[in-house]
Design a protein around this ligand. Structure first.
Ligand code: PRX
Length: 639
């Protein structure tokens, strides 16, 4: 028997050792015993990080939706697969059973097929958190099309860039979306984006808000009527384990977003196995992850991981503050949630509110609390642990990335003793390493370095869509024979890891990855702007917020500065989305630069964080005089 469910710390150590000593046998047993394959693999693992090339279960054939849906029909057909909790608490929750979900996914598969989508084609999904989102994702997987979900908070420009990068011919969207008290006009964002995407020939529109939208004849169709007519069965396409399952874009420190490509077999095995253990999922549990399916957390731990385990997974359309700050806890009580998985930024925002919002609800169903997306600070950890978990539900601080596909470093609840701010031990099969600046591995404990992973794991991204060279350069060139995460980490005396944050130009704001370069590009498009530099600084709710240092083309520019700030943020919202707006803007006469012309962000970071006592060596600067000016202007702004 394979060790599918780990129950004690000894067992964790024993299974971990096995997974590292003989990874192929280990993963082969897991894959063999817990999943349905149409054909078994010829080899478990083939890898070469120098190319880089990684293949898991090569030669195997499967369809992930047979594992997420069909195989549950006999035993769990009437069990709720997706529990949809709408934005408005007065609207009834919808229980979608495995049988219903299977049927709706089959109908959607037929619709996609009838609209010309074939195996290997890319489908852009731009939907709010309504059941159609999960259904479309699964329908793509069923017909072998590659889904590219774009978070429905992205702007039309960001959407167009993503549609064009992977050449989607079809977009699935909705008329509008509800977010708290707001109604957003999704269809018109799509219409605007499609002005830049002439190849898109079909748009399928789900009805959610009922608002009036433009339907372009010959291109746009209402999904609801198609669903009614569609045939309710569809034989799953047989996929190779290494065929792409989806593309998901993530920001890089430079240039355009990176379309991370995940493949079918390894991703299924790893997300299912981590889900089972890290949430200690049991058959009658009701699991809720508050993320949006537009992010990797939603892909792996709302859709695929839970459904592969036959779980009940909650899809929440709303926001934590609507109709009031008790909403999360009201939902926990209402559905008797057993595992709750959210982001530190939400915890920090709710911790600022009165405790009455928590204490009015019965949270005794909770068994496991999860955190993901950014470091969870000690105060937030304790608030979560004490007030939500009442000290009874372990907090699992899960570290991972869009690129890793699944959770990499995390406690296993009721197995690994938790410590605030530590993601603790690597998960089974994961071999982390800390590196120094010379590229050598730092051995031993009580040490800090750049976090790498030395050995492949089944759910790692295989490439960047259309740019394998960039994949190699970004992740496999900084250190020999290692995947570089872009994060720094500290390892304590027992071997627990604490993630210390990004070591590149990616800033995590409210759990969202934002590259500085695309934001600077957006700002520089404003006609008054000469140059800009964005840095992050600590923010008590968002974790980090963005600080923009901007020089204008005309010195002494007489325009209204407040207006200019608004226009600049407007530009950012248009190019990327409101999540990338700057919290603070400072207009300066110059940016600190090295003699080779590189902006010294280190100095700006210190100024933005108000840590100006020790700016380090500024003698190598081309223009040291601007540092004083920027410091004075920044401190005047703090007051
Ligand atoms: O810096 C790390 C941070 O989020 C980055 C990955 O972001 P993304 O690809 O959007 O995926 C987020 C959801 C998996 C990481 O490089 N991060 C994620 N989880 C944690 C974290 N930092 C500290 N602790 C975490 N638990």
């Amino acid at each position: 028997m394979s060790n599918y469910s780990i129950k004690s710390l000894e067992e964790y150590f024993q299974v971990y050792r096995k997974s590292v000593r003989d990874p192929e046998t280990f993963w082969e047993e897991i894959a063999e015993e817990h999943f349905d394959w149409r054909r078994k693999w010829d080899s478990v693992l083939h890898w070469d990080f120098s190319k880089p090339e990684v293949k898991w279960f090569d030669g195997a054939q499967l369809n992930i939706t047979e594992n997420c849906l069909d195989r549950h029909l006999q035993i769990r057909g009437n069990k709720t697969a997706i529990l949809f909790e709408p934005n408005d608490p007065k609207e009834e929750a919808e229980h979608i059973t495995y049988r219903d979900l299977h049927e709706r996914v089959c109908r959607m598969s037929n619709i996609l097929k009838e609209n010309g989508v074939n195996k290997g084609d890319r489908v852009c999904i731009y939907l709010p958190m309504i059941p159609e989102l999960a259904i479309t994702v699964l329908a793509c997987a069923r017909i072998g099309a590659i889904h590219s979900v774009v978070f429905a908070g992205f702007s039309s420009n960001a959407l167009a860039t993503r549609i064009n990068d992977c050449d989607c011919k079809i977009v699935v969207t909705s008329d509008g979306s509800y977010r708290g008290a707001k109604t957003l006009d999704l269809k018109s964002i799509v219409d605007k984006a499609l002005e830049e995407c002439p190849q898109v020939s079909h748009v399928l529109v789900a009805k959610r808000t009922g608002q009036k939208v433009n339907m372009k004849r010959g291109r746009d169709q209402w999904l609801d009527s198609l669903m009614e007519q569609a045939y309710a069965d569809f034989p799953a396409e047989i996929m190779d384990a290494e065929d792409p399952l989806f593309i998901l874009y993530t920001s890089g420190s430079t240039g355009k977003p990176k379309g991370m490509v995940h493949s079918c077999g390894g991703y299924m095995v790893y997300t299912a196995y981590t889900f089972k253990n890290i949430f200690q999922y049991r058959e009658d549990d009701i699991y809720w992850c508050t993320a949006d399916i537009g992010w990797i957390t939603g892909h792996s731990y709302i859709v695929y991981g839970p459904l592969a385990n036959g779980a009940t997974t909650v899809m929440f359309e709303g926001v934590p503050s609507y109709p009031d700050s008790g909403r999360f806890w009201e939902v926990v009580q209402k559905h008797k949630i057993t595992q709750f998985y959210t982001a530190p930024t939400a915890i920090r925002a709710l911790a600022k509110e009165k405790l009455d919002y928590v204490n009015s609800y019965d949270l005794s169903s909770l068994k496991v609390l999860g955190s993901v997306g950014e470091p969870i600070n000690e105060e937030a950890w304790h608030w979560y642990n004490n007030n939500i978990g009442k000290g009874q539900s372990p907090v699992v601080d899960t570290w991972w990335q869009t690129e890793t596909g699944g959770i990499m470093i995390s406690p296993i609840p009721y197995v690994t003793p938790t410590t605030p701010t530590f993601a603790t031990f690597p998960f089974i099969g994961i071999q982390p390493a800390l590196m120094d600046d010379q590229g050598n591995e730092i051995l031993g404990n009580q040490t800090q370095g750049k976090l790498c992973i030395k050995f492949p794991w089944p759910s790692m991204a295989r490439t960047i869509w259309g740019d394998h060279e960039r994949y190699k350069n970004t992740y496999f060139s900084a250190f020999d024979n290692c995947y570089f995460t872009g994060d720094g980490a500290f390892r304590d005396e027992v071997g627990y890891y604490r993630i210390t944050g990004r070591v590149d130009d990616v800033i995590i704001v409210s759990g969202h990855n934002l590259g500085t370069a695309p934001i600077e590009d957006a700002i520089n498009e404003h006609p008054a702007v000469a140059e800009s530099a964005i840095v992050g600084y600590p923010h008590d709710v968002k974790g980090n917020a963005l600080y923009g240092f901007i020089t204008l083309k005309e010195v002494g520019e007489s325009r209204d500065r407040d207006n200019l700030m608004k226009e600049i943020n407007q530009k950012i919202a248009e190019q990327i989305g409101p999540i990338a707006k700057l919290e603070k803007i400072l207009f300066v006469s110059g940016l600190p630069k090295t003699r080779s012309g590189k902006i010294m962000r280190r100095i700006l970071r210190k100024i933005a964080s108000n840590e100006t006592e020790n700016l380090g060596d500024i003698s190598t600067l081309l223009n040291p005089e601007v540092v004083q000016e920027i410091m004075e202007a920044a401190s005047a702004k703090q007051v």
